[in-house]
Ligand binder design. Structure first.
Ligand code: ATP
Ligand code: MG
Length: 615
């Protein structure tokens, strides 16, 4: 904030107002006082001069009334003597006039030519008009640079009261005006001192007012910077004190509000940061100003590249949408496909506009959900329904066509009828098997299954299953057993594990060529406490791309061929669910044309607890 210039400051204004007021007051007082003083001094001077002239006039009248002869001195000589005896410092000149206003004599020798002549001054004319009264006149004698007073006083005969003449006195008033000048000087210097004191007082007073104001100004600057710790000092309980206290209250309230906003902001940002959905916020132009880590991860971008980027470019919508289009998308959502490390993920984006009051758009918030998994599940479900319908339709169509043939007369044919019936029977059994498999899988899906677990010596069980297959197999396939003699106990549902083995071994047999070998292995990994059980054949093998998919429901590598072999593609899917439910895992290794090895694991124990009775 700018500093206030001196001439704009309250200090200056206060001092100026004080000084001005004082100057006006002193001006008024001064004018009145000087006038009165001058009048009073001049009057006093005139009075004393008049009294002095009265005495002189008396003496002159005495001389004038005297009778004279040759031996007595002349009137002029007598008056001169009187004049010589009456001296007064400020009297400059005395002239004595007779009743015709001729100068009889005068006190000094200058201008002596006027003796015996008339004086032609206006004051004498005035006197002649009214000879009863003393006339006086003040004026400034430029020639001699002095202020003078002329007084013309009548000389009256004491007996006859007639006018004998007049006394014309010229006296100096310099003394009087000297006094006035001195007093004016004192007044002026007093005024000067008073002005200095008042100005200082004004500045001091202004200071007492501006000090808290300056404090508040500093406080306001600090407030703007976000520093709420300062408090304004309260100097008194006047209006400024109240303002200071209100200011402190305001600071407190502001701090509270700021803390609250800050708290809300933190809450919001932690909510955004810890959300599993991606959040993107833009400014009113559509440039990205905020995005959380899940958004970065979902869109597979770095924060640096994403910030400031237009949202349409970030979401790859440039070709179809503008930012304005997105603003209108309020309730709708968009589905995007983003490629990340070779996988395509499906994202759903919802938009909402940040609106200020009056409906001005402040930006856009986009929330991104990863719906890849859900899309996959939906897709799988659609495929599953299609697969089930297809699997059921094939045997049903076969059954229907055979039944139609029977109805149309094949029933009478002793050769055909039993064959046709056996086909329908096989197809029906296939359907029952399929439905049972599906039921089993659906139980796994709904976790609605129970195992009858028992501790079983697994190598022995394995050998039993292999023996059973050895007895029933129809092909020429050699069985190689690499099963340990040692006892390894696994806690399993025996029927379910036999079902797994049945499927794996029958697959191996199904795809084995005549004269091939099937190797059965059971290995114990002591570190992991796992049994590795594998069945390896020398059959057609499985292409690399299909190797993981064979555990999916209904997945068959060569659909036409395997259906002929009676498979539905559910066996390994069931096996996987069951092995996992037993705490193990299952996988396949294969080389096309050379053979396949299916391996699964089960957790084991070498010895059983005491209560276990093997018998
Ligand atoms: P089901 O077992 O339900 O009667 P299936 O045998 O066709 O039918 P799975 O056991 O789940 O189904 O096997 C899935 C697919 O994996 C088979 O269709 C086959 O293509 C392939 N497969 C499985 N085992 C082998 C193997 N040992 N050699 C070659 N291909 C195999
Ligand atoms: Mg099978």
């Amino acid at each position: 904030m700018n500093k206030v210039g001196f001439f704009r400051s309250i200090h200056f204004k206060f001092a100026a107002i004080f000084v001005l007021l004082l100057v006006i007051a002193i001006q008024i007082i001064g004018v009145y006082f000087v006038r009165q003083l001058e009048t009073s001094l001049v009057n006093t001077y005139k009075d004393s001069t008049n009294q002095w002239i009265d005495v002189l006039s008396y003496n002159v009248e005495q001389e004038m009334s005297k009778s004279r002869n040759e031996s007595t001195p002349t009137l002029e000589e007598d008056i001169n003597r009187v004049l010589a005896n009456t001296r007064r410092e400020e009297i400059l000149e005395i002239r004595v006039l007779n009743s015709f206003s001729d100068v009889i004599t005068k006190s000094d020798s200058t201008n002596s030519d006027i003796v015996g002549k008339k004086i032609r001054e206006s004051i004498i004319k005035n006197f002649l008009i009214n000879p009863e009264k003393t006339n006086s006149k003040q004026y400034y004698d430029d020639e001699n640079d002095r202020r003078v007073l002329i007084t013309v006083t009548p000389i009256k005969s004491r007996e006859s009261q007639e006018n004998l003449g007049a006394i014309y006195v010229l006296s100096s008033m310099d003394n009087v005006y000297g006094q006035i000048t001195t007093i004016n000087g004192i007044l002026a210097s007093g005024t000067g001192m008073a002005l200095v004191v008042t100005a200082a007082l004004g500045v001091f007073l202004a200071r007492t007012i501006t000090h808290p104001l300056t404090d508040m100004r500093k406080q306001a600057v600090e407030l703007a910077k976000g520093n709420f710790s300062r408090k304004v000092k309260i100097y008194g309980f006047d209006e400024i004190g109240q303002l200071a206290s209100s200011f402190n209250h305001l600071t407190h309230e502001l701090e509270e509000a700021q803390l609250m906003t800050e708290g809300e902001r933190k809450k919001l940002s932690s909510v955004i940061a810890y959300m599993t959905d991606g959040v993107i916020a833009t400014n009113s132009n559509g440039a990205i100003v905020l995005l959380n880590s899940p958004a970065l991860e979902l869109l597979n971008v770095s924060r640096e590249t994403a910030l400031e980027m237009p949202i349409t470019s970030l979401l790859g919508l440039d070709d179809h949408y503008t930012f304005e289009n997105l603003l209108e998308l309020q309730q709708e959502s968009l589905v995007l496909e983003i490629e990340k490390d070779g996988d395509v993920s499906v994202l759903r984006v919802n938009f909402s506009v940040i609106q200020k009051e009056h409906g001005i758009n402040e930006g856009l918030i986009a929330v991104i959900y990863d719906v890849t998994e859900q899309e996959k599940i939906d897709q799988e479900r659609r495929e599953f329904v299609a697969n089930v319908s297809h699997e059921l339709r094939t045997p049903l169509t076969t059954i229907r066509s055979y039944l139609e043939a029977l109805a149309e007369g094949a029933l009478e044919n002793k050769d055909l009828a039993p064959r046709f019936l056996s086909v329908t029977q096989n197809e029906t059994e296939r359907m029952i098997r399929l439905v049972n498999d599906l039921l089993q899988l659906s139980k796994f899906d709904s976790k609605d299954y129970q195992f009858n677990r028992e501790w079983i010596n697994f190598p022995r069980l394995m050998l039993l299953v292999i023996d059973r297959f050895e007895m029933t197999k129809e092909q020429h396939v050699d069985f190689i057993r690499e099963v340990p003699i040692k006892e390894y106990y696994v806690e399993i549902d025996q029927d379910k594990i036999i079902q797994i083995l049945d499927n794996i071994i029958s697959n191996a047999l199904k795809y084995s060529p005549e004269g091939g070998h099937i190797t059965f292995k059971v290995n114990a990994n002591e570190q992991e406490q796992l049994l590795y059980i594998s069945v390896k054949d020398e059959g057609v093998g499985i292409p690399k791309k299909d190797i993981d998919k064979i555990f999916e429901r209904f997945y068959r590598v060569d659909k036409a061929r395997t259906r002929k072999l009676g498979g539905t593609g559910l066996g390994l899917a069931i096996a996987k669910e069951m092995v996992q439910a037993h705490g193990g895992d299952i996988w396949a290794e294969s080389e096309e044309g050379k053979g396949t090895k299916i391996t699964f694991t089960l957790p084991y124990r070498e010895e059983l607890e005491d209560e276990w009775d093997e018998s």
